[in-house]
Design a protein around this ligand. Structure first.
Ligand SMILES: [Zn+2]
Length: 116
């Protein structure tokens, strides 16, 4: 794992990413983005920068869980949680996260079936 700067709507975060998370964050425009990754745990983040405070903090941002949902957003895709990363000082939103789940994930686990 290596540390990367991830752009959010109100600042940025430094976090350690797995290869899989790194792929999700890279939208091909020369920057990495926070939103597509899903939820990062506090212990994976080392710093955050707040646009409002114009300050870089040597701590992870706060994680503010907005709601636990079970919203069907597409066939076989459920939004289970959403929330924000917020500044430790002023509470401004640094970035947002969404956690999705596939309905049939449990069925597919262990089966190496080719993508159709
Ligand atoms: Zn702030």
């Amino acid at each position: 794992m290596s540390e990367h700067k991830l752009q959010g709507s109100g600042g940025y975060v430094f976090a350690s990413l797995t290869d899989e998370q790194l792929k999700k964050a890279d939208l091909g425009v020369g920057k990495l983005f926070l939103a597509p990754i899903g939820k990062l745990e506090s212990d994976k983040m080392s710093k955050h920068y707040c646009n409002n405070c114009e300050t870089e903090f040597n701590n992870p941002p706060k994680i503010n869980l907005e709601e636990n949902t079970n919203e069907q957003v597409a066939d076989n895709l459920v939004l289970v949680e959403r929330g924000q990363y917020t500044c430790e000082k002023c509470g401004s939103i640094i970035g947002e996260y969404r956690v999705f789940k596939k309905n049939d994930e449990s069925e597919e686990a262990g089966k190496a079936k080719p993508q159709s």
